[in-house]
Design a protein around this ligand. Structure first.
Ligand code: ARG
Length: 590
């Protein structure tokens, strides 16, 4: 494992040293190095510096230029415009740096030396309820961020805060007591998850009907809630049965989504029951929360309702019941106190932004969140239908996640089949690729939009071979694999720093070199869409390279063939690593 600094980072270092040499007071100034169309890089930092030093920017730029050592890295520097430095990197330096990446199984991307512990709250569906597109976003984004952070060396602990508690369970359990065979089933169907969900749906609907029409049942259901909260044995066992039945369903959906969820990480609202009373006590004793109209509340000066009245966070309701906030506050105590998290992340719908603002502020006042811990809500936007409104079925119901995934796979399979038949894929390969392309398409469409934005769920666009889609990127990967299958014996990837690079090779190579820098940024700002756009750009640059630079029949002879194969191989590994971090598979033949 060897960390390989990017050429851009090395250059940044050089220019920064030259800046300080030219203007000693500029110590630590950012040279503002950017990729540029004119040369490889442009440093814009001289302008601001000249302004501050009241110097002539062009003169200053020339002074900096004079301090830049002529070495293996820089092929050419010139001052342009009002005082920019245009820098061209030596071809040999590019190839040599990439060869170091190629020799490393992490592609030269460093892992943190002093990792923190990040607890990430994502994939939190609700028990006895169908999963919908909102749960898709939390799961897909959370999974990608968890993978990216792990790759960066962070210690990551997932927490799936499922909705497994609340008054509706009194109703469900009571109904089960009165209809003991409601959840019975004889054999496990092949689609066990779907069967589970349909049993739960039946239970939910049936108990709802009685609850709404039979006062006696309503009362018995209410008493059942009390038993549940008191941890009465029979009640708890039936509740557990409902939770377990739901998990069968969740797991089947996550399996389809190709997202791994581990049982030990599923700590739902009920997982904090034993802490709720204490959490309230601590808040009340410290004065962070006060009783108002019978409820235990936390108030905020800057959080007011439309009427100008303060909107409190209700930790305990007037009837003594604990709410959603009590569980979240207890979860923070657990995550910082027991799990020793240094970072808390919450991948949750933007509509819960106020809830998290109030919960974090309360936890800070109570001392459960200290300055050493950052807590961040990563809010995501809504999935829209083609009409631009929140995605619903024709009869206004929320769309079942499974149906969407099945449809995506069906569409993708049709696309895969069309191309696949031409290249002789077997029926088995077509089916397998259809799944990987379809699920990849759904994930990519979600991940390539910046988190906070809404997006339209449009399968036609998602599985299109042209445009910013995962299929396009998967296709670029498969193309690299096909080149290697066609290579003759003895044609293998070898770096040749002595060879000059064609423009399409340079562009591809410099982008490959930036992989680690891109990942570092993504892991700091928690924005997977930046990785998506890095990969899309990489696939595009590869496509151009492939069109302009014949690989196996390169005119420059065997060394050029080897060098191009080397670029193909590094591209393949970078695409694969990047897509893996987004939770997307890379079929070998498409
Ligand atoms: N189960 C909730 C929902 O479906 C999301 C839970 C989010 N996480 C949390 N710690 N509150 O809306």
């Amino acid at each position: 494992m060897a960390s390989v600094p990017s050429l851009s980072a090395s250059l940044q270092q050089r220019v920064s040293t030259a800046l300080t040499a030219a203007v000693p007071s500029a110590e630590g100034a950012d040279p503002l190095l950017r990729r540029s169309d004119r040369a490889d890089f442009q440093a814009n930092g001289v302008l601001g510096l000249a302004k501050r030093a009241k110097a002539n920017p062009q003169q200053l730029a020339h002074a900096v230029l004079a301090e830049l050592p002529g070495d293996d890295l820089i092929a050419q520097v010139e001052v342009s415009g009002p005082g920019f430095l245009n820098i061209t990197v030596a071809d040999a330096a590019i190839t040599t740096n990439l060869a170091k990446r190629h020799a490393d199984d992490r592609l030269g991307v460093p892992a943190k030396a002093d990792p923190g512990i990040t607890v990430i709250d994502y994939a939190q569906p609700n028990v006895a309820k169908e999963m919908h597109v909102g749960h898709l976003r939390s799961s897909v984004i959370g999974d990608a961020i968890a993978r990216i952070l792990r790759f960066a060396g962070e210690r990551v602990i997932p927490r799936h805060h499922i909705g497994d508690w609340g008054t509706q369970f009194g109703m469900l359990v009571q109904y089960l007591i009165e209809h003991p065979h409601e959840l019975d089933h004889t054999e496990d169907a092949p689609d066990a998850g779907e069967a589970s969900m349909s049993r739960l749906n039946r239970l939910y609907k049936a108990s709802r009907v009685v609850f709404d029409s039979d006062e006696g049942f309503k009362e018995r259901a209410r008493r059942r809630v009390v038993d549940l909260q008191a941890g009465e044995e029979e009640t708890l066992a039936l509740w557990q049965q409902i939770v377990d039945e739901s998990k069968v369903y969740f797991y089947s959906v996550y399996d389809k989504l190709d997202i791994e969820i581990v049982d030990a990480d599923i700590v739902g609202e009920s997982g904090y029951n034993h802490m709720l009373a204490e959490t309230c006590d601590l808040l009340e004793k410290s004065g962070v929360a006060v009783v108002s109209n019978g409820a235990l509340c936390v108030f905020f000066d800057d959080i007011l309702g439309k009427d100008g009245e303060p909107v409190p966070l209700i930790v305990r309701k007037a009837d003594g019941g604990f709410g959603y906030a009590a569980a979240d506050l207890s979860a923070i105590r657990d995550r910082t106190g027991e799990l020793h998290a240094s970072t808390l992340l919450y991948v949750v719908d933007a509509r819960q932004a106020l809830h998290f603002r109030m919960v974090f502020e309360t936890a800070r006042r109570a001392g459960w969140l200290t300055d050493e811990v950052t807590a961040t809500h990563l809010p995501f936007g809504t999935v829209l239908g083609k009409d631009g409104k929140p995605f619903k079925t024709r009869d206004g119901e929320s769309v079942r996640l499974e149906d969407l995934l099945d449809e995506a796979v069906a569409r993708a399979t049709a696309v895969v089949r069309e191309k696949g038949e031409k290249i002789g894929l077997s029926e088995e390969e077509i089916t397998e690729n259809g799944v990987q392309v379809g699920i990849g398409a759904v994930k990519y469409a979600d991940l390539s939009t910046s988190l906070g934005r809404d997006y339209v769920f449009d399968l036609d666009r998602m599985v299109s071979l042209n445009g910013d889609t995962s299929v396009y990127i998967q296709y670029a990967y498969a193309r690299t694999r096909s080149i290697f299958r066609r290579a003759a014996a003895g044609q293998s990837p070898v770096a040749h720093p002595e060879l000059p690079l064609a423009p399409a090779e340079r562009a591809l190579a410099l982008h490959l070199d930036a992989f680690g820098d891109a990942l570092a940024e993504v892991a700091t700002v928690y924005e997977p869409h930046r990785l998506a756009s890095y990969l899309f750009q990489l696939a595009s640059l590869f496509t151009t390279f492939y069109e302009q630079c014949p690989v196996l029949t390169a005119e420059g002879g065997p060394a050029e063939v080897e060098n191009r194969l080397f670029l193909c191989d590094l591209t393949a590994r970078t695409l694969q690593q990047g897509l893996t971090l987004l939770g997307i598979r890379t079929p070998e033949r498409l």
